[in-house]
Design a protein around this ligand. Sequence first.
Ligand SMILES: [Mg+2]
Length: 383
Amino acid sequence: MIIEHVEAIPLDMALSEVFKGGTYQVASRPTIVTRVHLANGMVGETYGGDEFHTQKEIVEVVRQHLAPLLIGQDVRDFQRLWERMFHVDLDLGNRGLHQLDMHPRGILMQAISCLDNAMWDARGKLYQTPVYKLLGGVRERVPVISIGGYYPKDGKDPLEAIAEEVDMVRAAGCMGIKMKVGRASLDEDLARVRAARKAGGEDFVVTVDANQGWDPLDAVKFCVAMEKVDLGVRWMEEPVKWYDQTDGLRLLASKTSIPINVGQGEISGRACRDLIDKGAVNILNVDCTLCGGVTEWQRIADMARFMNVEMAHHEEPQVAVHLIAANPHALFVEIFANRVRDPLLWELPDGFPEIRNGYMTVPQEPGLGVRLRQEVIDRYRCD
Ligand SMILES: [Mg+2]
């Protein structure tokens, strides 16, 4: 159970299509593969992160600054090792300005996440137990929705595109869709969400994600309009622009009964605490590849339960499936049913868990239960 060495391997895969959300576009699928080798020959491994801006820096922090803290240590001591990494002596600059300081801290927290998640795989293999059972084991299959509703390329009718996409999402076995909004006018976006509801029918799960595209008053207008026509959306995700997260969300919550889902970019449990405390949040979709790994995600989930906040998870189904399966107040695993948007999910794991009738089967092999294909790692490695 002693850690001998660790590896961090950056991958990048160019996408054959560019995908446009509310405030951004995506042209490639990067990730980082992390492996923790134990003295007994066992290897904990996983991949995570969809981050190209700082990928090189994250890999450097893993290799240069965190790996030396773990080598020679007992992988079972997850609380101790997490604190060791969190309090690493690493000069990231200090401008004493809370928000400006967050960017370099994000690099550190993603590096910690890489290692923490790989170590959970190693622990599962040591104990011969799937990770979701180490965390509590609530269910053997979890509901799945697909991220989608991207804005179509020019020329295609946006409402027809949505009806086609809903059919594709259903055919992929998902029970719902997350619709991108926030780029078009409020009226156009409302028509797009209505089209998803119409195509999916009453029981289809529809969630809406503005990717921080609106000021609070526009967010209020949109949510009130959705309620007026009774669209039955499960949540409104990241409705408000980055600079008005707490007061803006609280204003929105006072005007709508649609649950507000935020947190995918938060890099610490304390930040999640502050969002709940000050911002009126109903669902946290904090991402264990950003927030400090499975260890910190589970702490956040425990806190959220006492605050009557539900849990979701931003992307990364290969790890999220265990977290959603281990928590009674957790909602859906998210995938990209459109394989062109996330080809890694279908190429990198050696046999991804089955998705059928709206549910994903939780892997029953020890650890995270997702073996990675070495030839795919070799093909897309970018260092
Ligand atoms: Mg989102």
